[in-house]
Design a protein around this ligand. Sequence first.
Ligand code: HEC
Ligand code: HEC
Ligand code: HEC
Ligand code: HEC
Length: 113
Amino acid sequence: MKNALTVFALLAMNFVFTSSSMADEHLADRHRKLQVKCASCHGETKPFTAPKMDKCLSCHGGSYEKLASKTAHTHPNPHFTHIGDKECSSCHKGHKESQLFCNDCHAFDVKVP
Ligand code: HEC
Ligand code: HEC
Ligand code: HEC
Ligand code: HEC
């Protein structure tokens, strides 16, 4: 009985976490909550196009090398690959679900935030 209750509590917690933090929030929404404006990613030129990596890097460590050291524990390290330094938006989408473009050719089980 005690075990069943524990399992139930864990399931309920898991439900609360996934539904409140991830479900329908995309990267741009999460940035907006941190007071990051549209123009911080897109610049002032309209209409907006996919942000260039220098915009992202201005807040995120300044280089791919720095990013790679932060994700060194992930295999494969998404920020140090045989493809070189691709635009961030090839994986990190702003307004839809992100995706690992590597999986055009591979089948890595890695989630992109
Ligand atoms: C004005 C500064 C700023 C800009 C520009 C910016 N970010 Fe962020 N970003 C942040 C802050 C602050 C956080 C929260 C702290 C952290 O995780 O570093 C964050 C978090 C993240 C996270 C991890 C947390 C999450 O919500 O998924 C990712 C991934 C990310 N940013 C990617 C990007 C990409 C890609 C771009 C460019 C398209 C970008 N950021 C542009 C400030 C910025
Ligand atoms: C090949 C796909 C890919 C590309 C391209 C990419 N990322 Fe990521 N990024 C990921 C994945 C996957 C993670 C999650 C890694 C993990 O869970 O450790 C991540 C995590 C992050 C995080 C959170 C790191 C942390 O502290 O946990 C930030 C910030 C981030 N990326 C920024 C960027 C920026 C800025 C660029 C462009 C300069 C970029 N990424 C390019 C796949 C990518
Ligand atoms: C964290 C950085 C970030 C923020 C903040 C952000 N965007 Fe984006 N946006 C992206 C990325 C990455 C893409 C390209 C991938 C996609 O479409 O999701 C994009 C794509 C777009 C596009 C489509 C451009 C194209 O590729 O044709 C438009 C329009 C846009 N954003 C508008 C906005 C508006 C309006 C805001 C403010 C409410 C905003 N964005 C805030 C990252 C961001
Ligand atoms: C256009 C197809 C293509 C894309 C896109 C691609 N790869 Fe690869 N990758 C290959 C090929 C071909 C090999 C060499 C054959 C092999 O060893 O599997 C390889 C080998 C590898 C290897 C070493 C072999 C292994 O499977 O352990 C890793 C790790 C890897 N790729 C990671 C990545 C990552 C991470 C990305 C995204 C940033 C990526 N690849 C994108 C085609 C691709």
